[in-house]
Design a protein around this ligand. Structure first.
Ligand code: ATP
Ligand code: MG
Length: 346
């Protein structure tokens, strides 16, 4: 039997149990009332025969009636309590099954997406490298220097892509076990400036604007890890925008935190996907319809790195369109900075 059918069968059985239970509780409720009525009548007859009461109405002011009434109310409360408790337990059971099923579906979708994207991501740079090398090997002497250089550059670019993929896979595996960071006081402004320069050179058509506030504090962190965070966010902003992309990066100090915002005017992320984009291997939409290259590891790595630096990351909509990724990292005090420098140098 398929997963879906099994789920519906479970819901049906649980739903049936819920209805049956409510029905039995109702029946018990009415039987209890009938029994109460019968007891009243019996007691009325008995007490009238003994001459304790003169008319049947006198029974309703007697102690015996009060005792019967309080026992009846107690039973009524017991039935109600049991009904509510068991109904809620059944509803909670249905909810747990539903949530489990949703997770199962999401995880199998991710696995499928991962397998499809990793196969594609591994095969396409390899094919590119092979093609470039084959062309040089077969027709190298007929090609102009420019053409040969262009082919070599293409091969190097593909090799870099392959390298990034392997590094991302290794890093994400390491991040899930205990990963050791090299902490040192860092100037985020300098780090962002470098990445912006590098990305602007690689994407000359894009407009990447960096707007840092004056007099910013420093954070304690791993240079390589935080550089990778900035690269990932800027790369995404460029990748998920139509050309020419416009990316604005802001860096400011808020209370004891450094806030870095990467805003684009690209395709945006739906509310539902915003909840999932930080999951490992999650990519929006299905692999068949997706045009961009990627494995869905970038934001997972970013989230884990920021978590390891005691920071937070949030994703919101940009206005009028696009996405904003905002990171907050704790600023270190002068004392902590000195301590961190001493520890780094020792
Ligand atoms: P890679 O591992 O190479 O970075 P990726 O870019 O697909 O691959 P993530 O960076 O983890 O993976 O992003 C996950 C998904 O979130 C992307 O596939 C994309 O659909 C969506 N996404 C991320 N950043 C943006 C953005 N700035 N605008 C719109 N969608 C985005
Ligand atoms: Mg990415």
């Amino acid at each position: 039997m398929q997963n879906r059918q099994l789920r519906f069968l479970t819901y049906f059985i649980m739903g049936y149990m819920l209805l049956a239970f409510v029905w039995w509780s109702f029946l018990l409720f009415t039987k209890n009332r009938d029994a109460f009525q019968a007891k009243i009548e019996l007691q009325q007859i008995g007490m009238a025969a003994e001459g304790v009461i003169k008319s049947p109405m006198d029974f309703y002011v007697s102690d015996r009636y009060q005792e019967l009434m309080s026992a009846y109310r107690k039973q009524e409360r017991m039935i109600m309590g049991e009904t509510i408790f068991l109904s809620l337990s059944l509803l909670a059971g249905i909810y747990v099954i539903y949530r489990g099923y949703r997770r199962e579906v999401a995880s199998s979708r991710q696995q499928r997406n991962f397998l499809l994207s990793i196969t594609h991501e591994l095969k396409s740079p390899l094919a590119g490298i092979r093609l470039a090398l084959e062309t040089i090997a077969k027709r190298g002497d007929q090609l102009s220097l420019d053409k040969r250089q262009m082919l070599s550059q293409r091969g190097i670019k593909e090799a870099d892509r392959l390298n990034k993929l392997v590094e991302d896979l290794l890093l994400s595996a390491r991040l899930e076990s205990a990963y050791q960071f090299h902490q040192e006081p860092l100037d985020l402004e300098e780090l962002v400036e470098r990445v912006v320069l590098q990305q602007s050179q690689q994407n000359p058509e894009a407009a990447i604007e960096f707007l840092p506030d004056a007099f910013l504090g420093r954070v304690s962190g791993d240079r390589q890890a935080l550089t990778s965070v900035i690269i990932n966010l800027i790369e995404n902003a460029l990748k998920y925008s139509s050309s020419p992309a416009k990316v604005t990066i802001r860096l400011r100090q808020q209370d004891k935190m450094m806030c870095l915002e990467v805003a684009d005017q690209g395709i945006g992320i739906s509310a539902q996907d915003k909840k999932q984009v930080f999951e490992k291997f999650y990519r929006v939409g299905s692999e068949d319809t997706r045009k961009t290259k990627g494995t869905g590891l970038g934001l997972f790595i970013v989230k884990e790195l920021i978590k390891a630096h005691h920071g937070t990351i949030k994703v919101t909509d940009n206005q009028p369109q696009g996405t904003v990724f905002a990171i907050s990292l704790p600023i270190i005090t002068k004392k902590e900075e000195e301590l961190s420098s001493t520890m780094a140098s020792s």
